[in-house]
Design a protein around this ligand. Structure first.
Ligand code: PMP
Ligand code: GLN
Length: 380
């Protein structure tokens, strides 16, 4: 199990200490809806601030169901939605609901940093399947080979943090078939479902195997309010009940004024969500063009507000962690090493950059990263 602070906390701390441009930890510095902040403020001062129902405010559960119907064509009843304190709690509750001591959970490497520690906290064992660059997919054969009689769940993340990949139709179909054949639950972390920067539509396994899928979402990503920590799970009744049983003793509830405000946010018109997507695409294009012009080699990204840079292909021989630790000091640029998402923690030649930033921050990041490429000490 990982000890110490998370890589995000670590790099943001160093960025503050050294006055670095922070393209590390994933949080946007633009793009949140002012009307939702006003709804939150009003709900605090005039609304109900005592314990809400354990499964979430009825208006938010209804808003989540309506949002998925409108944006993804999913037919979901409000009763299938359990509101959690961020997708992080949704992950914890889902994992603990389906896996315990002696069980195994299949994870894909690279994986979001919380997955393996949460599986271990549940007493279960992570079993890794590797996603291979540049498209970061796993074959059905590779996934099937990882399944044993002790496997209880497959934890999928699409769109994927840190790579920006989306699970291909073939990978989704393989996971769905294997879940049916081996009686597995798919815990599907879809927090990046609206941050699509490519042409591929987002597809949830809930559309393929509804009876075996726990879909996770986060208002932090949908409304660009990462600090609010309002998330949810969506699953068929029996599965939702199992998650609710865990949730009630993890956090029990989530602040009701924030739930009220998120319900208002999810009801924003399609035009607002589409404009947000277009703004992230423009930010991605600006960062990619500026870095390509400076000789950086970037990998394709299709979802999330992250893009991977290939250090080796960019002429840098340092490992990802060594590069990030040095570059945050001089020339002052924070990025996230891919190794933080890998089970063995070995250094890799890839770093993750966050482009959900204003033009000024992106331009500052481009200038410093291009400077870093020219510093002999950072070339290794
Ligand atoms: N899963 C993934 C893949 C994420 O990228 C994040 C946050 N970046 C989370 C879960 C956590 O979401 P929340 O802040 O809603 O807990
Ligand atoms: N999920 C965000 C990221 O990937 C950070 C979350 C955190 O700081 N724990 O950058």
């Amino acid at each position: 199990m990982q000890a110490g602070t998370t890589i995000f906390e670590h790099m943001s701390g160093l960025a503050r200490q050294h006055g670095a441009v922070n393209l590390g930890q994933g949080f946007p510095d633009f793009g949140w809806p002012e009307a939702v902040l006003a709804a939150g403020a009003e709900a605090i001062t005039t609304g109900y601030n005592q314990y809400p129902p354990m499964r979430g405010l009825p208006e938010l559960r209804a808003a989540v169901a309506e949002f998925y119907q409108r944006r993804q064509g999913l037919v979901v009843a409000p009763e299938q939605v359990i509101v959690t304190s961020g997708a992080t709690e949704a992950l914890a509750a889902s994992i603990m609901a389906v896996a315990g001591p002696g069980d195994e959970v299949i994870l894909f490497a690279p994986a979001y940093d919380a997955y393996a520690p949460l599986v271990a906290r549940a007493g279960a064992r992570p079993v890794w399947v590797t996603l291979t660059p540049p498209d970061w997919q796993a074959s059905g054969q590779a996934i099937a080979a990882a399944i044993t009689p002790r496997t209880r769940a497959i934890l999928l993340n699409t769109p994927h943090n840190p790579t920006g990949a989306m699970a291909s139709p073939a990978m989704l179909a393989a996971i769905a078939d294997l879940a049916r054949a081996h009686d597995l639950i798919i815990i599907s972390d879809e927090v990046w479902e609206e941050v699509l920067t490519g042409d591929a539509p987002h597809v949830s396994p809930l559309t393929l195997v509804p009876e075996r899928t726990i879909k996770l979402g986060s208002a932090g990503k949908l409304l660009a309010l990462t600090g609010w920590k309002v998330g949810w799970v969506v699953a068929e009744a029996a599965l939702a009940e199992r998650v609710a049983q865990v949730h009630q003793y993890l956090t029990f509830t989530t602040p009701p004024p924030l739930q009220t405000a998120v319900a208002a946010g999810l009801a924003l018109p399609d035009a607002w969500f589409d404009a947000g997507r277009a703004a992230f695409v423009a930010a991605r294009d600006r960062l990619v063009a500026g870095l390509a012009g400076g000789g950086w080699h970037l990998l394709p990204t299709h979802g999330s507000y992250f893009v991977m840079a290939d250090l080796a292909a960019s002429g840098i021989r340092l490992g990802d962690r060594d590069f990030c630790e040095a570059a945050v000091v001089d020339p002052g640029i924070a990025a996230i090493p891919l190794s933080a998402f890998m089970p063995d923690g070995r250094q890799t030649p890839f770093i993750r950059l966050c482009f959900a930033k204003s033009n000024a921050v992106i331009d500052g990041g481009i200038a410093r990263l291009n400077q870093a490429r020219g510093l002999p000490v950072l070339q290794g």
